[in-house]
Write a protein that binds this ligand. Structure first.
Ligand code: HMG
Length: 384
């Protein structure tokens, strides 16, 4: 039985900052951000959006009368959790008006958590083929104003439904994992911004990619040339480019050109949003499927998921007949097209206006937010 991604939804808030302007404000050459980091725009997250509301806004776009009754499990991957105990998946189930007998769980493993959800969902559907699983990844990537990580911030959410006979991508049974206890990126409980050993994290990412790709090839007798495209977790789009370039000498020149061309298609949307943490790989997959012009049903796509700390997984999916029809590409392109640019000063003010960790009562700027789901604030330590 084929199991995999039946639908893909996306959400990012309506504000962005231009990376050339941010570079100038930071006394950097704009090409460092545009080419060296590979980002053109960065999503600016208002204080009226958090991981839960962004997840709800993404998931809402792929729920309909046709699949609501089939969903019996929500898996919500995030590393921007809003509570140390209560699961964000419960808020999601409520906001999306899904029935009370839907099992709902939040997962954490840095940027890897949405992939963990998808793989768990795949096994759930194999055991219950008439059911579907809603898997969502939502995050706010924050490193701090003037930090080296600042040009790699961003935020938003991706949502997928996992089902039997999927319309978009059937996920192969085999995959390769590599897990090691390393300190490349982490966020202590007291902190709203991540701590990171940037260069080390980028080196570890490539090491995990090469290890898991090799393991996958050995387990499955797969040749690189069997894969029409490789998509990557994209903390910044140059990261995926570096990983791809590290293995291009293992294939023919024409295949290397095909992989490079498809990589460019796979980073179009990520260039405009920045890091979504858990959702980044799936935004890149979405970008590939919408923007590549030489993919066909039956083509195999390799996916590399990486979550700091760290866990990497390489797996493969097969494109399904009419996959393009199942993508809500117009919705996503309108969302990106209709965004509003803010100046660097406005971005800094929005960055600094986040709800304080210890706020008791707080009202956000929700009146400026036109999203369907938003955070109005907090009353008596309960989010509204
Ligand atoms: P940096 O040290 O400021 O940048 O921080 P740099 O000096 O290394 O320059 C970046 C690149 O720009 C270099 O290219 C320069 O040569 C180039 P590279 O050597 O890397 O190929 N450059 C230029 N190019 C064109 N024209 C110019 C120019 N000037 C310079 N004029 C760093 C960069 C990524 C380290 C920093 O932004 C950072 O720490 N980011 C956060 C960490 C991160 O994203 N790590 C990625 C791997 S870990 C991961 O993916 C997991 C994560 O998503 C979290 C999770 O799992 O939850 C982060």
């Amino acid at each position: 039985m084929k199991v995999g991604i039946d639908q893909i939804g996306f959400y990012t808030p309506k504000w962005y900052v231009d990376m050339a302007n941010l570079a100038q404000a930071r006394n950097e050459d704009p090409n460092k951000y545009l080419i060296g980091i590979g980002q053109s725009k960065q999503a600016v997250i208002p204080n009226s959006q958090d991981a839960v509301t962004m997840a709800a806004n993404a998931a809402d776009t792929i729920l309909s009368e046709a699949n609501r009754d089939k969903i019996d499990l929500i898996l919500f991957g995030t590393e921007s959790g809003i509570d140390n105990s209560k699961s964000g998946a419960i808020y999601l189930q409520h906001l999306l008006d899904l029935p009370n007998d839907v099992q709902s769980v939040e997962l954490k493993q840095a940027c890897y958590a949405m992939t963990a959800g998808i793989q768990l969902a795949k096994d759930h559907v194999l055991a219950h083929p008439d059911k579907q699983v809603l898997v969502v990844g939502a995050d706010i990537a924050r490193y701090g104003l003037h930090s080296a990580g600042e040009p790699t911030q961003g935020g938003g959410a991706m949502a997928v439904t996992i089902s039997a006979d999927p319309r978009i991508l059937a996920i192969e049974a085999e995959s390769a994992h590599y897990v090691a206890d390393i300190m490349d990126f982490w966020r202590p409980l007291y902190a709203t911004e991540a701590l990171v050993d940037g260069k080390y994290s980028s080196a570890q990412y490539i090491d995990f990619f090469k290890r898991t790709l090799t393991m996958y090839q050995q387990h499955t007798n797969t040749e690189l040339s069997d894969l029409s495209a490789l998509v990557f977790h994209l903390p910044y789009t140059k990261m995926g480019l570096k990983a791809l370039k590290s293995i291009l000498n293992e294939t023919s020149e024409s295949h290397a050109n095909q992989l490079m061309k498809n990589f460019e298609a796979s980073r179009v949307f990520n260039r405009q949003v920045g890091n979504l943490y858990t959702g980044s790989l799936y935004l890149s997959l979405f970008s590939l499927l919408v923007n590549a012009d030489d993919l066909n049903s039956g083509d195999k796509i390799g996916l590399f998921s990486y979550g700091s700390g760290a866990e990497g997984e390489f797996f493969v999916g097969t494109l399904q007949t009419d996959y393009k029809k199942a993508l809500h590409a117009d919705h996503m392109q309108n969302l990106l097209r209709n965004r509003v640019e803010v100046t660097v000063t406005e971005y800094e003010a929005m960055f600094n206006s986040q709800m304080p960790l210890q706020a008791e009562d707080f009202e956000t700027n929700y009146r400026e937010d036109s999203a369907k789901f938003y955070l109005a604030g907090q009353q008596q330590q309960q989010r509204v």
